[in-house]
Design a protein around this ligand. Sequence first.
Ligand code: ZN
Length: 197
Amino acid sequence: MTPQAESVLELFRSRGAYLEGHFRLTSGLHSAQYLQSALVLQHPDAAERLGRMLAEQLRQKADGEIQLVVSPALGGLIIGHEVARALHARFLFTERDAATKKMALRRGFQVTSGETAVVVEDVITTGGSTQDVIEILRAAGVRVLAAGSIIDRSGGQADVGVGRVALATLQVKSHTPEDCPLCAEGVPVAKPGSRPV
Ligand code: ZN
């Protein structure tokens, strides 16, 4: 792990946003790790610093000037905004329709054919949300130069079809309670937010 990734994870740990143990996630699945980036991003100084770091990596990955930063709501809002600040770019976000689950640019956001963009999330797992945003932008003629996240919990596996960067890459596995190796070992399960075990 790079020194930068170590320092990012240490920041998450110090804010209680990255716990190791045995957790029951809101999905009902069990995991040996718990990540909640909102606990880091509630501190604007930390959000600004992470945004600058991610902006630098995106600048290196992207071929050309980045005019737009676009994030899927809600998770990507704070970090996307900070990346855009660091890049002196505009910041837009997409939202998912509650009924149809279809993602769209709303609130009068306009993009122009030929503009360049990067897509930013807080945590990438499968890359599905980032891919949805890329599709919307490409349909409008926007050139998507790269994608980035603070944390990549796919172990580097998520493929979104453009160059991708992350400040820290983890391999986070989750299991149903029946298949959970920690349950099999008899390790007590905790709900995130309670004290780390
Ligand atoms: Zn378990």
